[in-house]
Design a protein around this ligand. Sequence first.
Ligand code: ATP
Length: 418
Amino acid sequence: MPSANILNVGTELTSGITADTNAAWLARALGEVGYVVGEIAVVPDDARAVGGEIARLASSGGVLIVTGGLGPTPDDVTRDGLADAMGVPLERRDELIETIRTFFDSRGRAMPASNELQAMLPIGAEAIANPRGTAPGIVARVGGADVFVLPGVPDEMKAMFQTAVVPRLASAGAGVVRWRSLRCFGAGESDMGERLGELMARGRNPLVGITADEAVMTVRIRATAATTTEADFLLGASADAVRARLGPWVFGEGLDTLADAVARLLTQTGLSISVAESCTGGLLATRLTDVPGSSVYFRQGFVTYSNESKESVLGVPAKLIAEHGAVSGSVAEAMAVRCREIAATDIALATTGIAGPSGGSAAKPIGLVYVALADAGGATVRETRLGAHLLRDQVRDRSVKVALDWLRRTLMKRSSPE
Ligand code: ATP
């Protein structure tokens, strides 16, 4: 397959102020038109560094995509770097000045003199139109490589890549790489790896890999084929095989969250939900209502953080709290039952736990969380020990995920009883 390199320019990237999202987007987009990305490099706004990297990355041939540093200010030095790498000076292109002036005219503004800098191009380079901004892109030949320089602003970069770069890639259509992601919860990487077995063999096509992000596991499937249809067919077969092996661990695809999965099931079953929260402090209600259209099933949330509020708002007996402690299965259960009654919903979830960093003990360590689920059949409680090493945010986040996943599995049984 043809190869490509990516170079992103910006001191805000090398200093960590801005995350280099262009690199990830471009690597994926290049893969989709059949290119394998060999290297991704980042350099600060320094003409020598830019020129040096362009020359180095172009020496391996193929295609080089450069983003950033095309603006009108003195720290925008990509044009100079490119000219250095090509071994030619910059020249002023009058026709580009007119295009930039038209861009400002159409917005009722006069073109600042500094924007004339954007009409400077290395001799022998070609400009590509930027329908969304003032900085024209540049196409040039450096060493053995076709170099495409695009603005750093992600929207402008993406639009120009699709409209101007893709049609010029010599081997577009020679092959495609397509991806599919299955989202999973409830198992660790090694358990999932064991179940997936030979599906994860290196060199296999499609290639199956696992990544973890705050307890949500993503199985990424990458298929390489001559056409999109063929790649999608391969992806479909592998995704089915992965789903069959991972069963209910899989909760969705793409960018799905557990709340999205729960939303689909609540909508499908027509059931309503309310929540009573202690350690999650409203995060469970937030996640549930993050999903557009959640008013169909979400009725009410109570944040009962203190013992008093558990008693006065939910009616949890003071005696129960005194006997078992606020972080206990009995209190979680009473919270869920009372929440369901007050909000008059089909299902209620409750959380109580120790989020830390203080408040843990040998008997009740940080990360000890009780989640209760109440429905028409009564209430059930789960004790989860998330781990004393977790940070407060992580304990709260995982508690919400545990609760949502339990709700998801309960709803799955309802929507397709065995
Ligand atoms: P313009 O002329 O429109 O300013 P430019 O080519 O000069 O384009 P930069 O100044 O390098 O673009 O970047 C503009 C903004 O785009 C940055 O402030 C940053 O927010 C965003 N940006 C630049 N490069 C990247 C990148 N690699 N990943 C994500 N965002 C980026």
